[in-house]
Design a protein. Sequence first.
Lengths: 226, 386
Amino acid sequence: MIPPQKMGPITLSGVSYTYEKGDRPVLRDVALTIAEGEIVLLTGPSGSGKTTLLTLVGALRAMQSGTCTVLGQQLMGATESQRVALRRRIGFIFQQHNLLGFLTARQNVAMALELEPGSTEQARLARAGEMLEAVGLADKTESLPGQLSGGQRQRVAVARALAARPGLVLADEPTAALDRQSGQDVVRLLTDLARQRGVPILLVTHDPRILDIADRIVAMEDGKVI
Amino acid sequence: MIAALAARLAWRQLFSNRARLVSAIAGVTFACVLVFMQLGFRAALFESASNLPRALQGELFLINPLTLVMFRPEPVAHVRASQVLADPDVALSVPIYLAQTKFRNPDTGRQRTIQLIGFDPEAGAVSFQGLNSLTDALKRIDTIAFDRRSRPEFGPIAARLEQSGPFEVEVGGRAMLIVGAVSLGTSFGADGNAVMTETNFRRIVKERQPSKTDLVAIRLKPGADAQAVKHRLTTILPPDVVVLTGAELIAWERSYWEKGTPIGFIFGFGSLMGLIVGMVIVYQILFSDIATHLKEYATLKAIGYSNHYLRLVVMAAALLLALFGFIPGFLGSTALYSVVAKATLLPLGMEAARALSVFGMIFAMCAIAGLLAMRKLGEANPADMF
């Protein structure tokens, strides 16, 4: 197995952000460091800027000020194609599973692998199968998302996020759409797999039931880390 | 490679919603059939318009330069047919008389306009199928040969000929004996044709002056250079006639229908309408496909798929629809052509060149719809996914 990409820690400093339509900044002079393999939980009331922070770290949004280095890429002033390239090295898990409804679980996971140059279809499907096995869905590889339960779908999303051996996993309220038990299962699965591979996780959550999985909890309020 | 993967994703997406796929294909097929029919009619018109000039054998022809179209000819002085014989390469020249008159359907008694074609059938200037065996019969007074491919409104002439032999009909108010059938074909200018000798032509069309004919077919001696003879004849003949080669005569006739009537434009416009309707349908399908999968597309962008890749997916979907719609459209149009050809007796048929150009049009139609639908992709913003 190829080891995960060791690209140094995630470091942010002086990051501020104001939405075009907003009158006041949602992020104000934020500084944060995530060490390799560290699992960091980001909590705070809604509107505190934690999701905005996540989209900046995930290169989904262009930076406005400050510096942010993710997997060796400086995001301040990065071009669209640099950001697209960086996103391929990050695993994303969303509130909703956002699986493609017309693809099977295996095909959905394989979608994350199609971007790797030189990979063969056979290798991608095999790897997708391994990932689904790792999240406990070995018997559901050929099911469509519509045939799976909410927890199972989110586990497929975990498999997709980890399939391409990302250097960082970003998750936004991954338990929000799930009941207590399956929510906890999914997060434990995610953190276990990430720990095995030494992948850092930045996870935004409101959910007090999963606070114990973190190495560190960062609280935000009013656009600032407190 | 990336295009193949994008095409596969498009394929899977299209097939995931069968109802939508079927309606999209139906839309493309509809556009396809519409364009095929319009272009088919246009080609049939131009083709049938030149039925008569194509049946005339002759390396060169003389017509009045004022003649726009053969069913309404301006006269050519008969003496020109004799004058061209002065050229050493001209073997023979045959005056051809053209007029339209009324033909009474022997069953219903209704009259319709028929095209009369008069010439010396022994001269070998005209080669209608079936004419050779009728040469002697046509020499008799008040006889005609009827075009079996005339519209059925003239009556079941050919069937009756086969059953009971020659019978009399009223042509231009005169009783004429139909002695046989030839095969020529209708055109937009003539619903039917009757062939006869010069003498019998004059017996029907009495007001025609003997010094005037309508068209002169010129046969050259073997090995003669038609262009050179044409050049010589043009210099010696007065400007009341033009010398045309066979191909030029066909082009002359076609250009009346193409340029002198709105018919070409009408069919072109009809084709364009079909393409626009098809484009709107394909655009709607692609647009709603993107709109319903906006979150998934945004997710793909978030995990590192570029805008370019998603555009490829949309374009592949558009082109797959073009292909899926064209195949039934092509088959349906081929079948419709033969149905319509039977009903209208127009020379309507599928041609490889037309099939290719319609495929090109349908392809372009879907590609433009795809390009328009792509603008919706901009709304798939991965930053909104969290």
